[in-house]
Design a protein around this ligand. Structure first.
Ligand SMILES: NC(=O)c1ccc[n+]([C@@H]2O[C@H](COP(=O)([O-])OP(=O)(O)OC[C@H]3O[C@@H](n4cnc5c(N)ncnc54)[C@H](OP(=O)(O)O)[C@@H]3O)[C@@H](O)[C@H]2O)c1
Length: 258
């Protein structure tokens, strides 16, 4: 089966990797349900998808906060009502959690776990009956932070490690239905996420040179094409993997040690 007619729901579609994934999947002919809180930006992404070749009635925009159970239920219902079926879910919405254990506020811990883990589990649970019907697939946007130890972002790293485990456990559970569940684990990709953290482009580029074995940050397309591959039939026998897209960040040891 080609991408024609397949419906993909993308969370965090208003910005960054979610926005890039929407454009990539639109160019491949998937129908899209785009969700996020910022309606203006979502409508801008919808326009870009139309430029990529989708028709107005092949894209749905649903505004909602993934940390609200009512909103998550509405996002699922509106998508099913509009398209009649769902083939794929890209669990992309996520936020960082800078700071070490001494500076951590428990309210921040709750916020990060609610969005990066709990909301993923809830929307996935609601969509499973529809994915069983279509023999669909799920791609979770994790992070290389789950694969390395970090002293400046430990809670984010833990949430993403939980997401990795959710990915493999769910893959084992749903394989009998021919549903595939995989994760991508990006290194640094320049997105508005770093603006919200207050980093300049120069700071991010310098950190990327030191932090990645390939001495550079990743490009958006290097992640979005991998997500598209994991959704496509080209990966039809791949499930339960976490795929680092990180220029070798996960295999690095600190060079100062030697
Ligand atoms: N950029 C990187 O270097 C990098 C590396 C590894 C992993 N990642 C992961 O990639 C994913 C996307 O990150 P990004 O870099 O593209 O960041 P971004 O540009 O800041 O995008 C984050 C997205 O999440 C959405 N979001 C945030 N809080 C939300 C909420 N409460 N409810 C619904 N949507 C919410 C935002 O939409 P609204 O503001 O409209 O709600 C936005 O669309 C995240 O899971 C992140 O952990 C990023």
């Amino acid at each position: 089966m080609t991408s024609r007619g397949k419906v993909i729901l993308i969370t965090g579609a208003s910005s960054g990797i979610g926005e890039g994934t929407a454009s990539e999947l639109a160019s491949r002919g998937y129908q899209l349900s785009l969700t996020g809180r910022n309606l203006e930006r979502l409508n801008g992404v919808k326009d870009k998808c139309i430029q990529e070749g989708l028709k107005e009635d092949q894209i749905l925009v649903v505004q909602g906060d993934m940390c609200s159970d009512e909103d998550v239920e509405r996002i699922v219902k509106q998508t099913v009502d509009f398209f009649g079926s769902i083939y794929g879910l890209v669990n992309n919405a996520g936020i960082p959690c800078p700071g070490n254990m001494q500076t951590l506020k428990m309210s921040t811990f709750d916020k990060v776990m609610n969005l990066n883990l709990r909301s993923v589990i809830y929307i996935t649970k609601l969509l499973i009956p529809y994915l069983i019907e279509t023999k669909g697939c799920i791609v979770n946007v994790s992070s290389v932070a789950s694969l390395v130890s970090t002293d400046y972002n430990p809670i984010y790293s833990m949430a993403k490690a939980g997401l990795d485990k959710f990915t493999s456990n769910l893959a084992a559970d749903l394989a009998k239905h021919q549903i595939r569940v995989n994760a991508v684990n990006p290194g640094v990709i320049i997105t508005p996420l770093y603006d919200t953290l207050g980093y300049t482009l120069e700071q991010v580029e310098n950190a990327s040179r030191i932090g990645h074995a390939m001495c550079r940050h990743g490009e958006m397309a290097e992640v979005t094409k991998a997500i598209a591959f994991l959704i496509s039939d080209d990966s039809s026998f791949i499930t339960g993997v976490r795929l680092p897209i990180d220029g070798g960040r996960h295999i690095m040891v600190k060079s100062e040690i030697l």
